[in-house]
Design a protein around this ligand. Structure first.
Ligand code: MRU
Length: 337
């Protein structure tokens, strides 16, 4: 089954796949106001670092078409989620277009948003092509969260590598962390791989150590929300644990990082703001309590994997190896100092 587009610009509004309804329903939101886009990002109707960057760009176009205060709209969209740098990266590009006269001519902003979306399609495909070459024949890959096509405007990142590797006969099995508390792995990744006919099994996040110890994992592939100048990686909570377990079992741990996720203006992982979400995301599932009455949870949405645990960063320009500070500095993309 072909995958639905994560988003589509319809000339006067943004048609956005509501990821909260997946996999049960393929439902679209029709967003006509920039603040609807902001809310879609905050409430995770759209999620995945590249997809939120592209959606925010179209939010700026909506604000321009409505004659609204663009500085205010850009500032509010920038705040919608703090960890993924793709949001700031895309809005920086929109701001540059605005500074070049976009406030006089809305077409300039629309062209920039189209370019940001097209870049994401092109770059994710190139990243996937580089990633596939790393995998050994008969590969069994473990994946965290959701990094597939609907988390981007293109073919996805880490899950895109997994799907392509299966299509080329290299990968035989994907293991998917369910990814508590919001189940991106069991709901979204398992759905995408199911649509594409890729054999996969979901595990609870805590099962990865046992799986590795039993020799069932050849490689770990994850996405990212921000890569700092020294190569530290922010990604969905649980990624760090996976990297530690992979190192303990001498399993390669690769991070798929499109240029839009690279932020050389942030020196290291400790400087990255980690989004903390509501306690209820942990204590209840779809409105039903799963914790003791009155239990309070701590809910950081992301963690930091230190660069020394990363075997390689898979980018659209190829696979970067340590020392990452040097390798990242050479790139003609991403946020540079
Ligand atoms: O909170 P989410 O679901 O937006 O977190 C998503 C992730 O952590 C992804 O792994 C990351 O954004 C990469 S998506 C290609």
């Amino acid at each position: 089954m072909p995958l639905p587009l994560s988003l589509e610009w319809c000339g006067d509004h943004l048609k956005l796949l509501d990821q909260r309804c997946l996999p049960q329903d393929i439902r679209y939101l029709h967003l006509r106001d920039w603040s609807d886009v902001e809310q879609a990002i905050v409430t995770m109707a759209v999620r995945g670092a590249p997809a939120i960057g592209v959606a925010a760009s179209w939010g700026v176009v909506l604000a321009a078409n409505a004659g609204e205060n663009l500085e205010r709209a850009i500032a509010a969209l920038r705040q919608a989620r703090p960890t993924a740098v793709n949001l700031g990266w895309a809005l920086d590009r929109m701001q540059t277009a605005l500074d070049r006269g976009g406030d006089q001519d809305a077409n300039i902003l629309e062209s920039m948003a189209s370019l940001i979306e097209a870049d994401d399609r092109r770059l994710t495909q190139r990243l996937v092509d580089h990633g596939v070459k790393l995998l050994p024949a008969g590969c069994r890959a473990l994946h965290h969260c959701h990094t597939g096509a609907v988390a981007t405007a293109g073919v996805g990142t880490a899950l895109g590598v997994i799907a392509e590797a299966h299509a080329r006969g290299v990968l035989v099995q994907a293991w998917l962390d369910e990814t508590r508390p919001r189940f991106q792995g069991s709901a979204l990744s398992a759905w995408e791989l199911g649509c594409l006919g890729v054999p996969c099994k979901v595990i609870v996040d805590g099962a990865s150590g046992l799986l590795m110890r039993r020799g069932e994992v050849d490689v770990v592939l994850v996405g990212c929300d921000r890569v700092a100048a020294n190569g530290d990686v922010a990604n969905k909570i649980g990624t760090y644990n996976l990297a530690l377990a992979a190192r303990a079992h001498s399993i390669p741990f690769y991070v798929c990082a499109p240029g839009s996720s690279i932020d050389c203006t942030t020196p290291d992982g400790d400087s990255i703001t980690i989004e903390e979400r509501s306690s209820e995301e942990i204590t209840a599932v779809q409105g039903l309590p799963v914790a003791a009455p009155g239990a309070i949870a701590w809910n950081p949405a992301f963690d930091i994997t230190p660069e020394h645990l990363v075997t390689g960063l898979i980018t659209e320009f190829g696979v970067l190896r340590a020392p990452y500070r040097h390798a990242l500095k050479q790139l003609p993309f991403g946020r540079q100092d």
